[in-house]
Design a protein around this ligand. Structure first.
Ligand SMILES: Nc1ncnc2c1ncn2[C@@H]1O[C@H](COP(=O)(O)OP(=O)(O)OP(=O)(O)O)[C@@H](O)[C@H]1O
Ligand SMILES: [Mg+2]
Length: 210
């Protein structure tokens, strides 16, 4: 039986997901909550192996649907081996990206279709949807600039070429927000770190009380 609470953090590149999760988990733990943070494939050997197949540079012939199916398969294994057991133990699970990433990136931005990608993911996930999803909304300009600063390099031609792709990812997330307004909450991730963090903490604490 699920006694815990399943939270996913979504958003484009450089939105601040990973840094936020670390701080959020620390804060909740200090308040006495039992928190697990994870990201796919989450150190699950089967999921890791599937990911190796997806990322293998020799697999240039991989079909987009094959790729989507493999991501869903990897997600399933991570869910079954790591997320569900933690939720059954009553823990708060915070996952860095989940199904909405597949829907926004592959379904919408890459053009496979959100319904098609949802279909295979529904099979993979069953009723284990996140109870709360934080969409950290950032423009590609700001997000990519943050990443290039972090990597100590200027935005290169490739980043710029992919700009329209990142715009589409953002549109995809906004579409998801309008489809699932009860589950997904938008946070302005262009704000100061502290403000972003306080906004997310307020949402999480409000939801946990309900
Ligand atoms: N609100 C903020 N204002 C300014 N910089 C920020 C903010 N939040 C995060 N950053 C910085 O932006 C960079 C990217 O943050 P982070 O790695 O947490 O983003 P991410 O969403 O996990 O990115 P990715 O999609 O690449 O995993 C880091 O250098 C981080 O310190
Ligand atoms: Mg990250």
């Amino acid at each position: 039986m699920i006694k815990g609470y399943f939270i996913t953090i979504e958003g484009g590149e450089g939105a601040g997901k990973t840094s936020l999760i670390t701080r959020l988990a620390n804060t909740l733990q200090k308040k006495g909550m039992n928190v697990v943070t994870t990201r796919e494939p989450g150190g699950i050997p089967i999921a890791e192996k599937i990911r190796t197949v997806i990322l293998d540079t020799e697999h240039t012939m991989m079909d987009a649907r094959t790729e989507a199916l493999l991501y869903a398969a990897s997600r399933r294994q991570h869910l079954v081996e790591k997320v569900i057991p933690a939720l059954e133990e009553g823990k708060i699970v915070i996952c860095d990206r989940f199904v909405d990433s597949s829907l926004a990136y592959q379904g919408y931005a890459r053009g496979l279709g959100m319904d098609a990608v949802w279909g295979i993911n529904e099979f993979a996930i069953g009723d284990m949807m996140p109870m709360l999803t934080i969409f950290m909304d950032v423009s590609p300009e700001v997000g990519l600039a943050r990443i290039s600063q972090a990597a100590d390099r200027e935005i290169n031609r490739l980043d710029l070429e992919r700009h329209s792709f990142h715009e589409r990812v953002r549109e995809g997330y906004k579409l998801l927000l309008s489809k699932f307004p009860e589950r997904i909450e938008l946070v302005d991730a262009e704000a100061e770190r502290e403000d972003v963090f306080q906004a997310v903490l307020a949402i999480v604490e409000r939801r946990l009380k309900q």
